[in-house]
Design a protein around this ligand. Structure first.
Ligand code: SF4
Length: 272
């Protein structure tokens, strides 16, 4: 397990690594970039990428292969743990057997003081695999959505997952996403972020009506934040584009987007 630079989690845990693009949001996959550069020397990433893209191969980390999950695994201090940040736990090539092995650890009663965050682009497979699970309240399940079409397709699958916290991550948000009727679904958390490229450059963004690069993302994010407000849905605005660069310092966001909240409690910022 390792500490994370991802603002909405404390740690990442990667028992399974590797993936394959399955959505327009995968085009500039951050994890693939990392696996082919900074992390390339680690044995578990060998052969998983080519030219900065996933090859479709995956690995179960040997360090966990014969683990005894029947004990405390991540220490006493409660942590938010993002599971499989370097891949997708529900990638179709990963046998259910391996996913079940990871889930065994996650739902273990010795680990109930931690929060496990599962985030996938494969909402349908997540719903299938977790159909028979009674997930404890410390397991949060989310889907990653980059455009309107994906929202329509994936939300019904997310609704089938029996998790105490169901959430959407709009990252990278590639277009303005109509998100006006939260009464039609149960959502407990929203994450929003723009696409990031190497060198902290902003990637593809929703088109800007004003013609000023970045405005399209700010407008689209403001719309989602505004819609979520009457329903009290916590929102975490992770990163925004300013002048073609990625800005991660929440105090430099437009005031209405200074929201970095988790389910259950607001940590910083306010849209008032
Ligand atoms: S699903 Fe996630 S990890 Fe896999 S290619 Fe797409 S963005 Fe990358």
């Amino acid at each position: 397990m390792g500490e994370s630079v991802i603002e909405w989690t404390d740690d990442v845990w990667n028992p399974i690594v590797g993936c394959k693009a399955c959505s327009p949001g995968c085009l500039n996959c951050y994890a693939a970039r990392l696996a082919s550069t900074r992390l390339a020397r680690l044995p578990q990433y060998r052969g998983l990428t080519e030219d900065g893209k996933w090859t479709g191969k995956w690995n179960f980390n040997d360090a966990y292969r014969n683990s005894d999950w029947n004990k405390e695994t991540f220490g006493r201090k409660p942590r938010r743990i993002f599971v499989c940040s370097m891949g997708d736990l529900f990638y179709e090539a990963i046998k259910t057997l391996w996913i079940t092995s990871v889930m065994k650890c996650i739902i273990n009663e010795h680990n109930r003081h931690h929060t496990f965050i599962l985030l996938t682009k494969r909402a349908e497979r997540m719903a299938e695999v977790l159909a028979d699970y009674k997930l404890p309240a410390n397991v949060w399940c989310g889907v990653s959505i980059c455009n309107q079409e994906e929202l329509k397709e994936k939300l019904p699958h997310l609704a089938k997952v029996n998790a105490a916290v169901q959430f959407i991550s709009f990252e990278p948000m590639l277009e303005r996403i109509g998100f006006w009727d939260l009464r039609l679904c149960r959502l407990d958390w929203l994450i929003i972020g723009c696409e990031s490229l190497a060198g902290k450059k902003a990637g593809r963004l929703p088109p800007a009506l004003s013609g000023v690069e970045g405005d399209g993302f700010i407008d689209a994010t403001t719309e989602i934040v505004t819609c979520s407000k009457p329903y009290g849905v916590p929102v975490f605005v992770k990163q925004i584009p300013i002048g073609g660069k990625i800005e991660r310092d929440v105090t430099r966001f437009p005031k209405q987007l200074q929201r970095q909240e988790w389910p259950g409690r607001a940590i910083t910022g306010s849209a008032e």
